[in-house]
Design a protein. Structure first.
Length: 657
């Protein structure tokens, strides 16, 4: 069974299901395809969801509660999924019993290993899932590849020609120089010296010039393609369902730029080099064979040895790719948590714990990185030894053949043969370089496509220019809002949940209507742009002081601005900078964020306790002078516990009534 590696902790259920489906259906279902259809929480998928997804892919799944000893009786001669405790988290593995006291484990996190009954008993959580194959034909879907259209065919042709041109020119020049020098110069030592000097001079000159053109072209095209794909991704991220964020993490999202560069490098450079070098390896092998079949045999023998080394290197790096990516994402998240906590002086204890967590993850990342570097260094050393031995053996055989035939040793011809051998070896090894890069490419492509195509809020429909009314059916109740409304109720009565039901209008279990029409009749992206949710807890603000001044009537500018400055002591330089706004107090941030609402027109504003941290005097001033302007341009639904708000809204909805 082929392992599907997990990158994020909550993906294990998705990975084992992909392994099971691919085994039974002889298919190549990707992790992304299952993620797109799964109801995934931050803790992973439930056993029920695992069964539902399996059924969707023509597998009957049945789960059982049992003891570890019973697993060894039930799980013989087939693959099963078990739920185990791993690092204090519930974790899915695929198992197969291979004897009365031993089972084989296919772990999406740690690969293949074995457990005996005692080891299994200590971590087994009592759930076994069995699968039965149905005869339905499995349809494998794939994600749209249009985001790669910015990689043009003409770019690939130019790169191919740049790679193609240098080696033939080097071969032709070296052979031409060899003939010219043999014809013009009689003295053998001088002849050999000139041949070596000129051959290497022209070879490096041509390659240096080719590399310069190659780098300039690749850099220009990479920048163009990167900007195109990155803009596309950022536009997609602006319209994501909330469920998407359970399927990723900040570590994964932060690595999107580097993943895009990996994809571009693979498709533009690595793949093209594979085609050109393999083509050359075949052509040069023929040329080398025409010169001397014995030297060709020696060359191909060492190429095969280096091929085995490259194969082991590929298998090792393929295994380590997902491990290092997982460590890298954890490292980013832990460090981000640590930095956020140390900003607040009263989080000293928590920041100490976060630092220890980060140190542990950092140590794991460094250990595995160093281990990978060391192992690859060993592979490279073995490869270099084989290359040195091949050059020594080819030179020795060539000299022996010349001496045995009483022929002069032609250094130019020997250099030419060694040059051919090196290019044959390089061309064949390019295959394994391609495979090594392909592992990283597939990982990068999977993550980029997850961000591009998964859980998008994307539906064509009628245009929505302004929201005049909202009707919501959720939690077995119906609500209608056609004017500015204050929503009140005890804690836990569902005020915030009501606002979030409107935000999540795309969810099938909510019925949301805008202007008496179902949300599904409109263009989803337009709805997202029209509905603005402002929570009580605000991390940073988006405030433009000049714009704020333009929105207030001239007669009130002086009063409002002076009063706000007097009440709040807001540093307006901090308020106008998203990076520096975190230095403001929570109350100051709420005031500045409330001021930022002045920029909206024809929007539905869902305000969830937006001034809960503001004192009564300042709040009353803001409500009197600013709320009327906001209400004039938008439809406002305001959640609050404060009785002061009832004076500012004609309609009040009490969720406890």
């Amino acid at each position: 069974m082929k392992i599907v590696n997990q990158i994020i902790n909550n993906e294990c259920g998705i990975c084992v299901l992909a392994m099971i489906i691919n085994h039974y259906k002889k298919s190549k279902i990707t992790k992304n395809e299952l993620l797109a259809k799964a109801n995934l929480s931050v803790n992973g998928i439930s056993v029920f969801e695992l069964e539902r997804l399996a059924n969707e892919y023509s597998l009957n799944a049945s789960s059982y509660e049992c003891k570890a000893e019973e697993v060894f009786e039930l799980a013989k001669d087939d693959y099963y999924v078990v739920l185990v405790n791993k690092d204090n988290l519930a974790h899915f593995n695929v198992i197969k019993v291979i004897s009365d006291q031993k089972l084989k484990v296919y772990d999406p996190k740690d690969g293949v290993y074995y457990w005996d009954l005692d080891q299994f008993s200590k971590c087994f959580l009592g759930v076994l899932v069995q699968f039965n194959k149905q005869n339905d034909v499995l349809k494998v879907t794939s994600f749209d590849q249009s985001y790669l259209k910015s990689i043009r065919v003409i770019d690939l042709i130019i790169i191919f020609l740049l790679e193609l041109v240098s080696i033939p020119i080097s071969i032709i020049i070296s052979r031409y120089l060899n003939y010219v020098i043999n014809f013009v110069i009689v003295h053998q030592i001088l002849k050999n010296l000139l041949q070596l000097s000129l051959v290497f001079f022209f070879f490096f000159l041509i390659n240096s010039f080719k590399q310069l053109l190659f780098d300039l072209f690749i850099t220009k095209q990479t920048n163009r393609i990167y900007i195109t794909i990155m803009n596309y991704i950022n536009n997609q991220l602006m319209y994501k369902q909330q469920s998407f964020y359970a399927k990723t993490n900040m570590g994964e999202l932060s690595q999107i730029p580097s993943h895009i560069l990996s994809i571009i490098n693979f498709l533009l450079v690595v793949r093209t080099k594979l085609y050109t070098n393999v083509l050359y390896a075949c052509v040069i092998s023929v040329i080398l064979g025409l010169n001397d079949w014995l030297l060709l045999s020696i060359s191909l023998g060492f190429v095969i040895l280096n091929g085995f080394v490259a194969l082991f290197s590929y298998l090792y790096n393929k295994k380590m790719a997902s491990v290092l990516l997982n460590h890298s994402q954890k490292n980013f998240i832990k460090y981000q948590t640590f930095l956020n906590l140390i900003k607040e002086a009263f989080f000293i204890n928590k920041s100490t714990i976060a630092k220890n967590d980060y140190d542990q993850v950092q140590a794991n990342l460094m250990n595995d990185t160093n281990k990978s570097t060391l192992v690859n260094s060993h592979f490279k050393t073995i490869n270099n030894i084989f290359n040195a031995l091949s050059l020594l053996l080819i030179t020795s055989v060539y000299v022996y053949l010349k001496i045995s035939k009483n022929q002069p040793i032609d250094v130019g011809n020997l250099t030419f043969l060694l040059f051919l051998h090196q290019n044959v070896s390089s061309g064949i090894n390019t295959i394994f370089d391609y495979l090594n890069n392909q592992a990283s490419y597939q990982q990068a492509k999977m993550i980029v496509e997850k961000v591009l195509f998964m859980n998008n809020i994307n539906r064509d429909g009628s245009s929505l220019t302004k929201i005049d009314s909202v009707q919501v059916s959720c939690f077995s109740k119906n609500y209608s809002f056609d004017e500015h409304t204050l929503i009140i109720g005890h804690s836990g009565s569902g005020k915030t949940s009501l606002l979030k039901a409107i935000i999540q209008f795309y969810e099938p279990h909510f019925n949301v209507y805008f202007n008496q029409q179902s949300a599904f009749d409109f263009d989803f992206k337009q709805i997202v742009d029209k509905v603005i949710y402002q929570p009580s807890t605000i991390s940073n603000v988006d405030f433009d002081l000049a714009y704020f001044m333009n929105q207030i009537p001239d007669s009130q500018i002086d009063i409002v601005f002076k009063k706000l400055s007097q009440f709040t002591n807001i540093n307006w330089e901090l308020a106008t900078s998203q990076e520096l706004s975190e230095r403001l107090s929570m109350g100051q941030r709420q005031i500045v964020s409330f001021l930022s609402l002045l920029k909206y027109k024809n929007k539905l504003l869902l305000l969830d306790e937006p001034l809960s941290h503001v004192d009564g005097t300042t709040k009353a001033f803001v409500l009197v002078h600013l709320l009327p302007i906001i209400k004039e341009n938008n439809l406002v639904l305001y959640v609050s516990h404060d009785n002061l708000l009832t004076d500012h809204f004609i309609k009040v909805v009490n969720l406890n009534a």
